[in-house]
Ligand binder design. Structure first.
Ligand code: SAM
Length: 293
């Protein structure tokens, strides 16, 4: 049975030929053809019969099949209508899969969780994401504060490194803060191009995100906090003072910005990449209170 899994080069080719399916590059279609990697992901993501799984982009069902075998229930969102009849056939032996023909960016995932999953199950997102919209998809899932335990995603290696980066690392930036505000992030696997059909142009990694119960820092206003963080990284080689002056032009005088940096106990000559999340939180709160909140 294992030999007949969807995620093999032979079976994938058979399915694609049977349906005359042609990959759409614009939809980030690179299908997984390695069962070992998928089984490893199941283990690392803690997918068992106590778990409910959400998948983004099932393709022809390579990962979906593994989720169906290991998890209690799977809800999978696929935007490409051409894949629906294929999934109906490839997943016909699994009764615990619900395929939703929807754009994940527009989907009401919270309602689906309540509708399809047993309340006792821990919900895990597991996906080989379409690389052209990795960040929008992830940020949507995080901002909606869904009742989800973990998110395990195959993404472009360089993006995974940025999301998991620590201060003083060249990959560290506003994306690291955005992701780590909501999650504990760890790159758990690097994956060669050869495990995909067709192989993508970039290297891939699996990123595991464990959702935090409460944020690691206390911020007065989340939107404002992320705005300040982004401002500090706007021009990476510039100092904090320069970046903040530029961003808050017309809002705060330069002298005021110097004063606020001092109040935060942060040297304005530093660069954004040297600040940890706690320092960004202190800075953002001081700025936020200054504008009268
Ligand atoms: N999970 C399959 C696998 O691992 O073999 C396919 C992964 S492929 C990298 C990404 C999948 O996401 C494709 O099936 C693509 O059609 C789908 N997709 C692209 N954009 C989407 C969107 N906005 N919403 C839902 N699915 C999307």
């Amino acid at each position: 049975m294992t030999t007949n899994r969807i995620a093999t080069p032979k079976r994938t080719r058979e399915i694609l030929n049977k349906y005359g399916f042609h990959f759409k590059k614009s939809l980030g279609q690179n299908f997984l053809i390695d069962v070992n990697i998928l089984e490893n992901i199941m283990k690392q993501a803690g997918i068992d019969k106590h778990a409910a799984a959400i998948e983004v982009g099932p393709g022809i069902g390579a990962l979906t099949e593994q989720l169906a075998i290991h998890a209690d229930k799977v809800v999978a969102y696929e935007i490409d209508q051409r894949l629906l009849p294929i999934l109906q056939e490839t997943l016909k032996d699994y009764e615990n899969v619900q395929v939703m023909h929807q754009d994940i960016l527009k989907a009401d995932v919270s309602s689906a969780i309540h509708k399809y999953f047993d309340p006792g199950k821990a919900v895990h997102v597991v996906a080989n994401l379409p690389y052209y919209i990795t960040t929008p998809i992830l940020m949507k899932l995080l901002r909606e504060k869904l009742p989800v335990t973990s998110i395990t995603i195959m993404i472009q290696k360089e993006v995974a490194e940025r999301m998991a980066a620590e201060p003083n690392n060249k990959s560290y930036g506003s994306l690291s803060i955005a992701v780590q505000y909501y999650t504990d992030a760890e790159v758990i696997m690097n994956v060669p191009k050869t495990v995909f059909m067709p192989p993508p142009n970039v290297d891939s990694s699996v990123l595991q995100l464990t959702i935090r119960g409460i944020p690691p820092v206390q911020v007065d206003h989340e939107g404002y906090f992320f705005e300040v963080v982004q401002a500090c990284f706007a021009q990476r080689r510039k100092t904090l003072r320069n970046n903040l002056n530029r961003h808050f032009k017309g809002v705060f005088e330069k002298e005021k910005i110097t004063e606020l940096l001092e109040k935060a106990g942060i040297d304005g000559g530093r660069r954004g990449e040297s600040l940890d999340m706690q320092e960004f939180a202190v800075l953002a709160n001081i700025f936020y209170r200054e504008i009268g909140h």
